[in-house]
Design a protein around this ligand. Structure first.
Ligand SMILES: Nc1ncnc2c1ncn2[C@@H]1O[C@H](COP(=O)(O)OP(=O)(O)O)[C@@H](O)[C@H]1O
Ligand SMILES: [Mg+2]
Length: 317
């Protein structure tokens, strides 16, 4: 028995002049899953999604959506597909509800009650009669999802839906995607932030400079994740560093400026990398020597560390 894939993209390539924006990318999305296309800025995520929507043509490769392709089905490939690329656009002087009603009309009218339903799903019912001009960025992104849902899609494609949102906005967007997935919708979303997607995606493709750097499940990715290192700050960092000589299993370096630490903006101090037990023994030694511990915290989550490694971005730790 074969299951029809929601998205079956094979060998997709697109160059802009010398830049191979998308280079031989193969992505398969099963119906009902939440699939993440991850990568740093410029990796090719938007270009891939624009090809899926038929906004630009691939130079090579094919994209089938629910078994339809641009070549054989033309715009019919978008039956059951909705979403937005980059940011959704709305009329700021109209209310959220008026924007949705207008869009529904343009699309040939929505069934009665649908506008209310989608407002409810994205948690905007209370704000529906306010002008979009006064909406926060997160509310606009959610209204963008609502606008997509008006088409009652089977596949929702969201290009960086959490980009530019504050932590509360990211949490709301994540909860929304989870609700949509629970209702059986297939979701394909892009992000440049591992943290945003690791909880909601089943499978991911990590893109780097147009190519595929990883392809598989979040579970397998977690198993591959390296030790992210810890940040250590004390009242005597030179003394703490000297003690590392007694602990051959670990590496202690000066932390680079602006090192981003989970839950903190940036910090000075030392980075400690090594096996958990060896690191614990070293820190115990530091404390025993009378040095005062100020900070001891993971520099980033293991998955983030892996993401940085796979996409060869600057790793501060
Ligand atoms: N229309 C375009 N013309 C020329 N270069 C482009 C165009 N669109 C994207 N690019 C280039 O393709 C690469 C991938 O861009 P993009 O798909 O927007 O990445 P992402 O969405 O992952 O940030 C970048 O180097 C970008 O500058
Ligand atoms: Mg993009």
């Amino acid at each position: 028995m074969t299951t029809q894939l929601a998205v079956d993209a094979v060998g997709v390539t697109k160059a802009f002049g010398q830049v191979r924006a998308v280079d031989d990318v193969t992505i398969q999305v099963a119906p009902g899953e939440v699939y993440g296309v991850l990568g740093p800025n410029g990796a090719g995520k938007t270009t891939f999604l624009r090809m899926l929507f038929g906004l630009i043509r691939p130079d090579a490769g094919t994209i089938r959506v629910f078994d339809k392709s641009w070549d054989s089905d033309g715009v019919g490939v978008l039956d059951g597909v909705a979403g937005f690329i980059e940011s959704p656009g709305f009329y700021p002087y109209l209310t959220g509800r008026q924007n949705l009603e207008g869009l529904a009309l343009l699309d040939g009218g929505a069934r009665p009650g649908l506008v209310e339903e989608v407002l409810e799903v994205v948690d905007l019912t209370d704000r529906a009669d306010r002008k979009v001009g006064g909406y926060s960025y997160g509310m606009r992104q959610r209204l963008g999802v609502a606008a997509s849902l008006l088409r009652e899609p089977r596949l929702l494609v969201l290009d960086e839906p959490a980009n530019g949102l504050d932590p509360a906005g990211i949490r709301d967007m994540r909860a929304l995607v989870k609700r949509l997935a629970a209702s059986g919708l297939t979701v394909l979303l892009s992000s440049h932030n591992m943290d945003e997607v690791e909880e909601i995606c089943d499978n991911v493709t990590i893109m780097n400079r147009g190519g595929v750097a990883y392809h598989g499940s979040i579970t397998d990715l977690r198993a591959m994740a390296p030790d992210p290192g810890h940040l250590l700050d004390t009242n005597d960092n030179a003394g703490a560093r000297a003690l590392a000589a007694d602990h051959p299993g670990i590496e202690v370096e000066r932390a680079e400026d602006g090192l981003t630490v989970v839950g903190q903006e940036a910090a000075d101090g030392l980075t400690v990398v090594g096996q958990e037990a060896a690191v614990a023994a070293y820190v115990a030694d530091v404390v025993r020597s009378g040095i005062v511990l100020r900070v001891f915290t993971p520099t980033r989550t293991p998955l983030e560390a892996l993401f940085f490694m796979l996409t060869d971005q600057e790793v501060a730790a």
